[in-house]
Design a protein around this ligand. Structure first.
Ligand code: SF4
Ligand code: SF4
Length: 437
């Protein structure tokens, strides 16, 4: 038995709106890549069928009204032994003079019993991806599945692209699975007495733990945001001289936190990196219509620039990226993993997801085909009555989204301010005509 228990397993999403703080400004609604947010009666509401936990709404809200639902340090008390798994982004939060060894040491000082660096696991996965690409036979291009928000996006909005996802498990799940067994034996504990916590730059990873894809239950027990541990961790790092510390962190693996870092370390050069929701949607639309077939791999991140710009980080994205590049340059970049060994692990299914990635049902217009066609026609009629300005003043991100809501009975055409003005002006002129008579 492994993974999260109790309340954590029932939680499906890792963002929530604070109704006390939300002023209904619609900034979150217009950035949401899946049009999951509507503002009604001055309050943002999230459709949990559509949300992919990308955290874009957290970054967009200037009123601090979108909260990340992450684990907290009090969750550590549920376990007899706790292990911190830092994201590679954490290593870039303290400037280039702080070495990853100091960060790992600091995590122990702030209360974890041990740490587990997964940079080497990223390095292995890079080689495994090379081996997979050389053997899989398409369909092309393949798309990396290391960003959980990308996997959700494909499930919800691009189900035809599921066969394009590289079906290899994430570094943190592989590490927690392997290390849990080893540590339980070493410490004489039951596997579920050990708690594995990822130190995360984003909400998408928390969601991949509470609601995993490709496995029944996560091997990781929770995720603490970088912003929560940052203060105590910085204090701990600064309080000690890190001269004697020398953790064997993989420079190749560290690069995974920056867009282009994974493909930059691969043998296959027929690859591209895409990041940021807008570019991702454009490229995925094109892949759906048969483009990009000459490319072998697309490294995809929902956050612009990769994990270094996750919304729960502290350091500026560009500064963090520079720190990581400098740390990488200082470190030895020799291959830590043997290609033949990785290839045989691939054949032994060591990297495989435990379950296939399935399409996730979304709210479709109509049940059977006849109803769906009728409702699509109705949506087109409603849409023609809107100005097409996509102003979002109605609380839906686009006129098309409002038309869809109207057809589903969730909104009224007069939620559109222009339709309302037209009616009032029409009413006023009719009233005026009456007065003249
Ligand atoms: S961005 Fe969204 S959550 Fe924040 S205040 Fe505006 S409507 Fe509310
Ligand atoms: S987390 Fe992303 S998908 Fe979910 S509501 Fe916010 S912007 Fe939309």
């Amino acid at each position: 038995m492994h993974g999260m228990v109790g309340e954590m397993t029932r939680r499906v999403h890792s963002i929530e709106i604070d109704s006390e703080k939300c002023i209904g400004c619609v900034a979150c609604s217009v950035v949401c890549p899946t049009e999951a947010i509507r503002v009604r009666s001055g309050l943002a509401r999230v459709s949990h069928d559509l949300c992919i936990d990308c955290g874009g709404c957290i970054a967009a809200c200037r009123y601090d009204a979108v909260r990340a639902r992450m684990s907290s340090t009090s969750d550590l008390a549920r376990f007899k032994h706790t292990v911190a798994i830092p994201s590679m982004t954490l290593y870039g939060q303290f400037g280039s003079n702080v070495d990853p060894s100091q960060v790992l040491d600091g995590l122990i000082q702030i209360g974890f019993d041990s740490t587990y660096d997964i940079s080497w696991m990223y390095e292995m996965l890079g080689r495994a991806t090379d081996a997979y690409l050389s053997e899989c036979g398409g369909p092309w291009p393949k798309i990396t599945a290391s960003c959980p928000a990308i996997v959700r996006l494909v499930q919800i909005r691009y189900p035809d692209l599921i066969p394009h996802l590289v079906p290899l498990e994430s570094a943190r799940e592989l590490a927690a699975k392997l290390h849990r067994r080893r540590l339980a034996k070493e410490l004489g504990l039951a596997p579920d007495e050990i708690g594995f916590f990822f130190i995360s730059p984003c909400t998408a990873i928390m969601n991949s733990i509470v609601s995993p894809v490709g496995m029944d239950r996560s091997y990781v027990d929770g995720a603490l945001s970088i912003s929560e541990v940052y203060g105590p961790l910085l204090k701990a790092i600064m309080s000690r001289d890190g001269k004697d510390l020398d953790a064997p962190v993989s420079a190749r693996g560290m690069q995974w936190s920056v867009a282009g870092g994974q493909i930059g370390e691969m043998r296959n050069e027929n690859t591209i990196a895409i990041s940021g929701a807008t570019d991702i949607l454009r490229v995925f639309d094109r892949i759906e219509s048969g483009k990009f077939q000459s490319v072998d791999l697309i490294e995809a991140h929902i956050c612009p620039g990769g994990c270094v710009s996750g919304q729960l980080r502290i350091e500026n994205r560009h500064a963090a990226e520079r720190s990581i590049q400098r740390i990488v340059r200082r470190r030895d970049r020799h291959d830590r993993v043997k290609e033949e060994r990785v290839r045989s692990l691939l054949h032994e299914h060591f990297f495989d997801l435990e379950e296939q990635i399935a399409a996730r049902p979304v709210q479709a217009l109509g049940g059977d085909l006849r109803t769906a066609i009728a409702m699509k026609r109705k949506r087109q009629e409603v849409l023609e009555g809107f100005p097409g300005k996509d102003c979002a003043a109605c609380g839906a991100p686009t006129c098309e989204a409002l038309a869809r809501d109207v057809v589903k009975g969730e909104a009224d055409p007069e939620d559109c301010v222009f339709v309302r003005i037209d009616r009032l002006e029409g009413g006023a002129s009719t009233a005026g005509e009456g007065e003249d008579e």
